[in-house]
Write a protein that binds this ligand. Structure first.
Ligand code: PLP
Length: 453
């Protein structure tokens, strides 16, 4: 039947994908277009326009960019130092970007996004369970693999239960409103991720914002919040712009003193921080003091998509009844579930991949520091190279790409004024040579542009 539909479309030369776009007519549409164009111009004028580079290969340590950079990737695959296969990039360079771009700007901390076993698990889940559920979970969208993955996530984090979402953005959007009422209070680090900020906006609890990782300020806010029924301290476990780690021990001590609960967002920690990769709470020895963990399946855990909350069973039960992004959005597709499930299996079997990433992080941080750069944070694969000046960060990042090193410069308003930086993210699948090439390129580019003497 599908063939017949395709044949009819071919004869008519039509189908959903053909024809030029239709512009809506009428005064309101014209007014809207004008307003949008002026807003877009403002963004360009402010120098905060975000453009997207198009990748024409798999996510991995070596990339090919669409339209040129990175050389031609053949069908062959090369094996990295941890036994992970990636498309080989050895074709001729084109444009000004050299062949074999080394990628230092994905959250692919463990290199599992293109791990052959992760890909195989996705294909098997796709074949066995189909493309998707065409339903939310509570109508007819729960398969055995969703329940298995939730059980695995809870076991991984040593929590009572877990609930899946389409993303961690959704997990953060859904938890505060479901849990907190106007009788309660939430205390949030000022540099928390946008999705925590939005989730908190949606709830009716009393809101307190404490200065970034400032325990005196948190204590003062906790004292103020004593009048409310329940207090929830919410923080990123690791902060993605600075590579710094929340002082969870101190936060948990204060939470105990002022009878508060602790929530952490572990998107930049799950799978690799702590002796067994359980996250910031394991790293800092407070797994039994943190009540709620939200995290993503879209970074270290296979990199596909998806998020979750794990914690006490009654909380997870309540989220299944009340959390709006869970109730009113489609189930995670089986292939995505398959990826994450296999990634967790690999991590529960061995922490060799996480150790490999830690060693490479250490190599990069120490070589860059020896070269004269300041790297923010400590022991985290997010390694922000602090430059201060926004223009310097931007031209250096561009020049790094000309040398085949893909890194991104960040400046105001993404980071505070005067604190522009180039963020480098280390992955377990970078080789030592990749790391050394990156340091060499930074040193050359830094000297050229005056960031180094
Ligand atoms: N929380 C933090 C700290 C993040 O960095 C991100 C993603 O950038 C998210 C939440 C959202 O995660 P997801 O991509 O699963 O929606």
């Amino acid at each position: 039947m599908w063939l017949a539909v395709r044949a009819v479309r071919a004869v008519r030369g039509g189908g959903a994908g053909s024809g030029s776009p239709r512009a809506a007519s009428g005064a309101a549409a014209a007014q809207l277009r004008q307003r949008l164009e002026s807003e877009l111009e403002d963004i360009r004028g402010a120098g905060t326009w975000k453009s997207e580079r198009v990748i024409a290969s798999r996510q991995g340590p070596h990339l090919r960019l669409a339209g040129g950079g990175g050389g031609a990737c053949g069908e062959e695959e090369e094996e990295s130092s941890i036994g992970v296969c990636f498309p080989r990039c050895d074709g001729p360079a084109s444009l000004s970007v050299p062949a074999g771009i080394i990628n230092f700007c994905a959250n692919n901390y463990l290199g599992l996004s293109s791990h052959p076993e992760v890909i195989r698990a996705a294909v098997e889940a796709l074949e066995k369970f189909g493309a998707g559920l065409s339903s939310v979970r509570f109508i007819c969208g729960t398969q055995s693999i969703h329940k298995d993955l939730e059980e695995k996530i809870a076991r991984f984090h040593q929590r009572e239960d877990a609930i899946l979402y389409a993303s961690c953005f959704d997990a953060n959007a859904g938890i505060f409103e479901a849990l907190l009422t106007p009788e309660d209070a939430v205390l949030s680090d000022e540099l928390n991720h946008a999705s925590i900020i939005d989730g908190i906006r949606l709830c009716k609890a009393n809101k307190y914002r404490y200065k970034h990782m400032d325990m005196q300020d948190l204590e003062a806010k906790l004292q103020e919040a004593q009048k409310h029924r329940l207090r929830l301290v919410a923080t990123d476990g690791a902060f993605s712009m600075d590579g710094d780690i929340a002082p969870l021990r101190e936060i948990c001590q204060l939470a105990q003193k002022y009878d508060a609960l602790v929530f952490i967002d572990e998107c930049h920690a799950t799978g690799f921080l702590g002796p067994n990769g359980r996250g910031t709470d394991e790293l800092l020895g407070v797994m039994d003091k943190v009540t709620i963990v939200n995290s993503t399946l879209g970074k270290a855990l296979g990199g596909a998509a998806g998020g979750y909350t794990t914690g006490p069973k009654p909380l997870i039960d309540l989220l299944r009844q009340r959390s709006r992004p869970y109730l009113f959005s489609n189930s995670l597709p089986p292939a995505v579930v398959g990826c994450a499930s296999k990634a967790l299996d690999l991590l529960m079997e061995s922490n060799a991949i996480a150790q490999s990433m830690a060693a490479k992080t250490q190599r990069f941080r120490s070589k860059m520091t020896a070269a004269g750069f300041t790297i923010s944070g400590k022991d985290h694969p997010i390694c922000p190279v602090m430059l201060g000046d926004a223009r310097l960060a931007s031209v250096m990042a561009e020049d790094m790409l000309n040398r085949g090193i893909y890194v991104i410069g960040f400046s105001y308003p993404v980071v505070p004024k005067g604190k522009a930086r180039i963020r480098v993210q280390i992955s377990a699948v970078h080789s030592d040579e990749d790391i050394d090439r990156c340091v060499e390129a930074f040193t050359e580019v830094g000297r050229k542009h005056g960031a180094l003497p």
